[in-house]
Write a protein that binds this ligand. Structure first.
Ligand SMILES: CC(C)(COP(=O)(O)OP(=O)(O)OC[C@H]1O[C@@H](n2cnc3c(N)ncnc32)[C@H](O)[C@@H]1OP(=O)(O)O)[C@@H](O)C(=O)NCCC(=O)NCCS
Length: 149
């Protein structure tokens, strides 16, 4: 990928939260609150990571991995950093960690209207396994997706 900056993927820390919460609020209708990220950083079986470049947080992913099943709980990239492969890097990292934790399947759910995210997950090898009709605010469908590890 020519011209793509060298992003560093590392565990999320307290110092990242101002940037993480700003990206979260900019990215979702019903964003997670700061306390939710605080919990992810201390919870057993939770693995939150950030992508950083030159001291700037470009995006983050929250993985949960418990016994044979892992889940992507949250992922977002700062709007000005999208389209550069940051989410793909974060997903590849999360998939690697889930494998290290001996998960057999990685699951997630996504709004049916979120073409960017569905494309990202399909590029990572996820397949659709189910649909929850009008799951979000009684309108948008939830698409269930899984990757066999
Ligand atoms: C979804 C999101 C995380 C993608 O981040 P990103 O860093 O721009 O994604 P990448 O650049 O790594 O792209 C990964 C793949 O998805 C595809 N993709 C990304 N944005 C896309 C878009 N708007 N339309 C179609 N495909 C898209 C890319 O083409 C790429 O596939 P490729 O490698 O075959 O070209 C980002 O748009 C975002 O933060 N959205 C708001 C939060 C959100 O919806 N999170 C998901 C909740 S389930």
């Amino acid at each position: 990928m020519n011209g793509i900056p060298d992003y560093n993927i590392r565990s999320m820390s307290e110092d990242d939260l101002d940037a993480v919460v700003a990206i979260e609020q900019d990215s979702f209708h019903t964003p997670w609150q700061r306390e939710h990220f605080d919990q992810e950083m201390v919870a057993a079986h939770s693995y939150p990571f950030v992508a950083e470049y030159n001291g700037t947080i470009a995006g983050y992913v929250c993985l949960m991995s418990l016994f044979e099943e892992a889940q992507i709980l949250d992922i977002a990239v700062a709007s000005e950093q999208r389209g550069r492969g940051v989410a793909r890097m974060l997903m590849d990292h999360a998939i690697g960690v889930a494998r290290l934790k001996h998960a057999e399947v990685l699951a997630l759910e996504v709004r049916g209207s979120n073409i960017a995210a569905i494309t990202l997950y399909e590029r990572c090898g996820f397949v659709r396994t189910g649909l929850r009709l009008r799951y979000y605010e009684g309108r948008d469908d939830a698409v269930l997706m899984e990757l066999s590890l």
